[in-house]
Design a binder for this molecule. Structure first.
Ligand code: ARG
Length: 745
């Protein structure tokens, strides 16, 4: 008896009462009807489940775009393929199209007609055609006697055949993905468009206002939006960029709400969250805190410092490195915040408690113990092994292979080595490889500054040499260090001097008639190969065994948890598949006695303004509009210009640019960030404190129309105004509570 009470109490303290709360959860759209619909209605939703997700007729899902394979989300907002996303999602496209003569990062860009729209090279727009649960088809081929390796092979084989069948005779793409750590499988079919164009972007002083200082934080005053347009061939099908292409005719586009939001209004987000780790165990949290995150932060701090020196000294370098810098800085700050908040929010302790509950449950249920008893021991011993290599692995990627641009570039020629060393020369394959590498080369050098890379390479190689155990350093690296007597500037000097990968001319020359020997004896290529092979196989069989054990342990753990907590509604970790999260517009208390309101206004932009600080410059035109209170129809009912607001929706990276949608299916904003106090949120959701930061759609329209003078773009959208409410007059003196009255249908 007593024991049961203790367990009940523990459940309560663990936040078990929050399991059914709606804010947490990245739900698969196909299950909304069964799992969430009633709850959504209670929160105010007025749409049917079918209007949100249907494969038979158009629904909200048809307006949701996966950008470039999942880096961001966008939404279609006109019947001519106009799409809204974040400024930071189009940052690469804006940067690519910028030069010192027309610096669109600095000044913004607005296409005043279709001809002026700029190709966003490399960007793709995918629409989900359908998704399907294929768990049965896969699991029926598996059994408990299989080794993990055999298991993976069967899964890969069955997935392949499911994918091929799904796209037969179509131009679609398909992939099967694993869910719940290998317990379930789903098929996703997409239609992908490759002609995406940049239509509009505010200057960074609006689109990135607050810069890295305000990144990941509330209160926020950033107009983090940009506009794209998806184009199709004349037949409406995907086609590469061509002047003959036409704007996409979407199945659905989101109407834009002009009404603004109030606290506790229903809000949902549909999009493509990239990755979460909500079922990570205490062992994993510990590895993050003790090894992985401090390593990433240390290396990136150095890398950013050196890049910034050169960017501050030259406008050309600033443009070239703007996008690289922003993405390195984004996850640099992310990991600083995550470490801090994993501690503040006691995530390790909460995970331990959950694991204790799991073990207690197993001990009370012998049959379950037989099934899931291996889970935690496997995970624990796997981490014991993996912890030994985690630092070296992190450094191999962050400081060696990716941190040094010349290494990463050289690594990209690995395919060429394979082609050149094939026994049977294959001219066709060689030509295709060379042509691909010509593109890679052009891209690499377009945004490249050799002195910066040389400096960064020297510094990061030094960190690698100092911080990573010698036994985990590639031989070729150690030799180079020895030859240069530990002088890393000298090492870099020589490396860049001798490698063909240092200049565009030498690579281009090499590609005219590439030979195996030149490639294989190139020092940058040798280094890159050394780093990657150490990363893959340099830690011996122990590491591979541990990785397999970990995967198996996690699979059993999650399966066991789901059996243990039968009343809990489980959602799978984010994995770049379409999800829906719903909840309400909410304020929060970041810490004792401090209250954060749920919206910000232009007033706050002016309060933060500091034209001497590049992160807080406010353009004169915006100051003018503010002084004149020239907000037009975009002002809030209270007369101010609202800039950003908060919801308690559950999002993560990849959701950037996702539509925030009201109870009627109208667009109220674009999600663009999370808040500092819940930076641990990808590992454990914080019900009280975790918020989605949204740019208010009315601020977006105000900037387009009043600031940029691009009203033609607003005119293209479908603006939605509230129809006057037909309400029974309440008897005098009686307050009506709108919330309590169910929406009449
Ligand atoms: N933290 C945002 C995200 O990951 C990116 C914000 C970009 N802004 C910036 N200052 N780097 O979606």
């Amino acid at each position: 008896m007593i024991k049961k009470k203790v367990i009940a109490l523990a459940l309560l303290m663990l936040g078990a009462h929050t399991w059914l709360k709606a804010d947490e959860g990245m739900w698969l759209p196909m299950f909304i009807k069964r799992l969430n619909y009633e709850d959504m209605q209670q929160k105010g939703l007025q749409l049917t489940a079918d209007e949100i997700y249907s494969v038979n007729h158009s629904s909200l899902k048809d307006a949701i775009v996966m950008l470039s394979g999942g880096s961001c989300t966008a939404e279609i907002i006109s019947k001519e393929g106009l799409a809204l996303t974040n400024h930071h999602c189009a940052f690469g496209a804006i940067q690519q199209n910028s030069t010192t003569d027309h610096d669109y990062l600095l000044d913004g860009f607005w296409a005043m007609n279709r001809e002026q729209e700029l190709p966003a090279e490399g960007m793709t727009a995918s629409f989900l055609v359908r998704m399907e649960n294929v768990t049965e088809a896969i699991n029926s081929q598996l059994n408990d006697d299989l080794s993990e390796m055999e298991r993976y092979q069967i899964i890969a084989k069955v997935s392949d055949s499911i994918e091929n069948a799904a796209i037969a005779d179509t131009h679609y793409e398909a992939n099967v993905k694993s869910f719940f750590e290998g317990n379930e499988f789903y098929l996703f079919v997409y239609e992908t468009f490759t002609d995406v164009r940049l239509v509009g972007a505010p200057p960074s002083s609006i689109g990135k206002y607050g810069g890295d200082t305000d990144n990941w934080m509330w209160p926020r005053h950033t107009g983090d939006f940009s506009l794209l347009r998806v184009y199709t061939g004349p037949d409406g099908k995907p086609a590469p960029y061509s002047e003959n292409n036409i704007p996409l005719q979407p199945k659905h586009h989101l109407p834009v709400s002009m009404e603004g939001v109030a606290k506790e209004d229903f809000a949902m987000v549909m999009g493509y969250p990239g990755s979460t780790d909500r079922y990570l165990t205490s062992f994993g949290v510990k590895q993050e805190l003790d090894i992985h995150q401090p390593s990433v932060v240390k290396i990136r701090t150095k890398r950013l410092e050196l890049m910034k020196e050169d960017m501050d000294a030259s406008q050309a370098v600033r443009i070239k490195y703007a996008s690289k810098y922003a993405s390195v800085a984004n996850y640099w700050k992310y990991f600083i915040g995550q470490s801090e908040q994993l501690r503040n929010n006691k995530v390790y302790e909460r995970k331990l408690a959950e694991e204790k509950m799991f073990s207690d449950w197993l001990n009370e249920n012998p049959d379950k113990k037989a099934k899931y008893g291996d889970a935690l021991p496997l995970i624990s011993s796997a981490y014991q092994e993996l912890d030994k290599y985690n630092k070296a692995q992190t450094y191999l990627i962050e400081s060696a292979l990716v941190g040094s641009e010349i290494s990463l570039f050289a690594y990209r020629f690995s395919g060429l080595e394979r082609v050149l060393s094939a026994e049977e020369p294959n001219a066709e394959r060689l030509a295709a490889t060379i042509s691909g590498l010509e593109g890679t080369t052009a891209n690499h050098f377009k945004d490249y500054n050799l002195p910066t890379d040389k400096k960064v390479t020297a510094a990061l190689f030094q960190l690698f040499s100092e911080d990573v155990k010698e036994e985990y350093q590639p031989e070729v690296f150690k030799e180079m260090v020895k030859k240069n007597k530990g002088d890393f500037s000298k090492l870099a000097e020589k490396l860049f001097d001798k490698s063909i990968f240092a200049t565009k001319e030498s690579v281009t020359e090499f590609l005219k008639d590439p030979d195996l020997k030149t490639l294989q004896k190139d020092p940058a290529y040798q280094l890159a190969q050394g780093f990657i092979s150490t990363y893959r196989t340099g830690f011996g069989d122990g590491m591979q065994t541990a990785q397999i054990d970990l995967a198996k342990g996690n699979r059993l753990f999650v399966a066991g948890l789901r059996e243990m907590q039968q009343d809990r509604k489980f959602y799978p970790n984010a994995n770049s598949t379409m999800r829906l999260t719903y909840g309400t517009v909410e304020d929060y208390y970041p810490r004792d006695a401090v209250h954060y309101n749920y919206y910000t206004t232009l007033e706050g932009v002016m309060q933060k303004k500091d034209n001497d600080d590049p992160e807080f410059v406010v353009p004169d035109k915006l100051v003018e509009l503010y002084m004149q209170k020239d907000y037009g129809k975009y002002a809030d009912k209270d007369g101010t210009m609202h800039v950003c607001f908060l919801t308690n929706n559950d999002i993560t990276g990849g959701n950037s640019g996702s539509p925030v949608i009201n109870a009627k299916g109208e667009l109220i904003g674009a999600a663009f960030d999370g808040n500092w106090e819940a930076m641990s949120g990808d590992i454990a959701f914080e019900t009280e404190k975790q918020r989605t930061i949204v740019v208010d759609i009315r601020y977006v329209l105000f900037i387009i129309d009043k600031y940029a003078g691009a009203k033609h773009l607003v005119d293209e959208m479908t603006l939605a105004y509230n129809k006057p409410e037909v309400k029974k007059a309440a008897p005098a003196g009686v307050e009506t509570n709108d919330k309590a009255v169910p929406a009449s249908k």
